[in-house]
Design a protein around this ligand. Sequence first.
Ligand code: ADP
Ligand code: MG
Length: 723
Amino acid sequence: SPRQSALAAAINYAISSPPVDFEDVPPQEYYAANVFTKSVMKDRLPKSVYKSLMMTIESGEKLDPSSADIVASAMKDWAVEKGATHYAHIFYPLTGSTAEKHDSFLSPTSDGSTLSEFSGKQLVQGEPDGSSFPTGGIRVTSQARGYTIWDVTSPAYILENPNGTTLCIPTAFVSWSGEALDKKTPVLRSMQALNLQAQRVLKLFGHADGAFVASTAGPEQEYFLIDRHFYFARTDLVTAGRTLFGCKPPKGQEFDDHYFGHIPERVLAFMLDAERQLFKLGIPVKTRHNEVAPGQFEVAPVFESANLAADHQQQMMSTLTKTAEKYGMACLMHEKPFAGVNGSGKHVNWSLGSSSQGNMLDPGETPHENAQFLVFCAAVIRAVYRHQGLLRAVVASAGNDHRLGANEAPPAIISIFLGDQLTDVFNQIKNGGASSSIKSGTLTVGVDVLPPLPKDSGDRNRTSPFAFTGNRFEFRAVGSEQSIAGPLVAMNTIIAESVDYCATKLEEATQGDPDALNEAIQSLLTEIITECSSVLFDGDGYSQEWHEEAARRGLKNLPTAADAFPELVKPVVEDLFEKYGVLSKRELHSRFETYQEQYCLKVDVEANLVISMAKRQIFPAAIRYQSELASTCANLKLVGYEFDTDTLDSLTSLVKALQDSVAALEYAVADEQASTMADEVRHRCDVVLPSMLAVRQCVDALEGVVADDLWPLPTYQEMLFIK
Ligand code: ADP
Ligand code: MG
């Protein structure tokens, strides 16, 4: 059977790729070797062109179109020297994937020969046939097409492939009328919005040096690795990315021995190889380790500017996937590939900073620095408090629904963990504000020095969806398969709004008088913390008590994607995105439509898989065993023995239950009477998914009864423990 051959192949696997040789080239030499970096540009571009390009990249100035031809030609020469034959505009459609369209550098000439060329126009703008990507109604297929536009702030790079090398150019994907059809455009717009507002606060603190304030992101990626033979022996993994059936292994993650154990040889070889490729692409991967579940791992880069981090994250996911194949494994990015075993998330660490002022969420050592830190920190608290629903909605997906709130990942209630010390600081501010006289022991901004907050200050609260971790916030509800762009857009924009609010309040109160600043800050912080402190929670986010307490506090609890999607188009959210020029109402609604559609498609594929696997793989195995038991029973009777029919009885009733549950699922899939997309989502969430689970329960019970040699699917035990 496919399972048995997969088992044999997995057990006998030997690494065939030669080990990565670390002595041939020192890492310093290959780091960013395949990137059209600033230093390559400096070497290859005329000084004036280089300067104007840097103004665009570093300060967000408008791109000078006259330099495009020169940059294109330098870029092509560099790429051709590295063996590139084609160039590709890379873009990020709303599906969360990475798309590319390749074009050759060669153009035919009239005399029958060819010319290698790459013009400024080809660099700046492309016309991919992106008509198959969902656009949520913005662009009807028959209408004008979409364009890709060069993103100067994310460097071009070379993608090496044994079968051809390509120059890749990160681009934004927009409609002819300039509406965003992709995930990158709103990231760029939200970064602009945040910068604009942050500048106002910095100015109040006397830091009007104009250096661009960028949001920064460091995403930690969790993933599973299993032998590829098992992967291909399971249609559910190949098609849906997760197992739809399977019993928990007798020994799972209970002993925590995987987390602390050494990294298996083959996995280490894979990691070294993937890391080297990522290094060449200038992606600063830093951390790697085993994760909680058997077969689960994590990789994290050093943080970068949000737009770059988002692009690099996409490259990271495809590099991990491709490299796993090379080592005979499949890399599973799904949020919950195995039921009953820990799922995978993507912690998105977020902060904001500029080249001159550094990280603005780093508590400083002087009262002045602390006051600025507290203003930004309060802005984040206010933003999360006001937009809990949006933050929940941007991590909503069919896959992440299996993980959020499942006692292994943050709950679906959005709250903030501040840690003891910072909570104490804000409590003091709150109490100070409540009484008219400032009592002793109460912190006065600008006078007292914050106790030095140790970085990583005791933050081991893994249950919080949004945690302060010493010098940044960590958004932990993001799913492992998701693009980080959506969460970044949400964070940048809600915080831009709050920073705007703070700046306006402080400007009004000070009227240009710097001496009035401390008092203004004191009352602003008091006001914010009084209004928003219900979103602060340092306890156990998994507990039932928290769910009750959160309800009492009036926090939103949106357990499923079906509950969360409508938050995307609440009037406050429409106004928010429109006000800061991040997404127009139409663009926002197109996302709402697309994400709901994606959800429905995913669940439909899974439901159909459950039906076909149950009918064509599980049922036949079960009745074969049933018939074996029945004939044994009949034969024994014939020669005068009694046969205990318990096993046969329970098998027979499970087979019956399987048939019934499959019939019920088929009915649920067919019986859709939804009139709106939101109803379609609801139907899948409330009717189809529970019906799928009912089938699964029968199948998993059968796995515990049917003879092992008849069982068709690789088991959890085999997939998770054989490497
Ligand atoms: P942990 O597992 O303790 O959360 P990791 O080292 O795995 O820590 O990940 C922390 C991530 O946070 C890294 O990607 C790191 O670069 C990132 N990070 C650190 N400082 C900032 C910052 N100022 N802005 C954004 N991300 C940051
Ligand atoms: Mg972390």
